[in-house]
Design a protein around this ligand. Sequence first.
Ligand SMILES: [Zn+2]
Length: 141
Amino acid sequence: MLRLCLHPSIVSFFYAISESEASMSQPDQCPKCQSTHIYQDGNLWICPECGQEWVPSAAVAEQAVEEDSSVVKDAHGQVLVDGDSVVVLKDLKIKGSSSAVKGGTKVRNIRLQDAGDGHNIACKIDGLGSINLKSEFVRKA
Ligand SMILES: [Zn+2]
């Protein structure tokens, strides 16, 4: 109830702050009454004019990504699991070696790993041995 008692100029002030820190994905008006005097309280957006409170879809998506940080996805957003086969999308140089993984190479039986450097797929490729790949450069076969 306290929020609804805020003077409009204070609300505008709050809005100005959140606007200056806002990313492109943040809402600029109330989905119910289209008022632009909305402001943010944590993840919640509040419209003081009609009392509408909502969580923007962008914020929800962000949370989902955080929760799913252990999920490994290929270049097309398909979830990869241990034992999957993938196709390498482009030529990838192998660190510390003169050889490269050619784009189009099919890799069987991948193993997902939690690598700090983003090489979240461990696999073996004929002629190259054990290498690590980044999931963004492969697609599920
Ligand atoms: Zn409203």
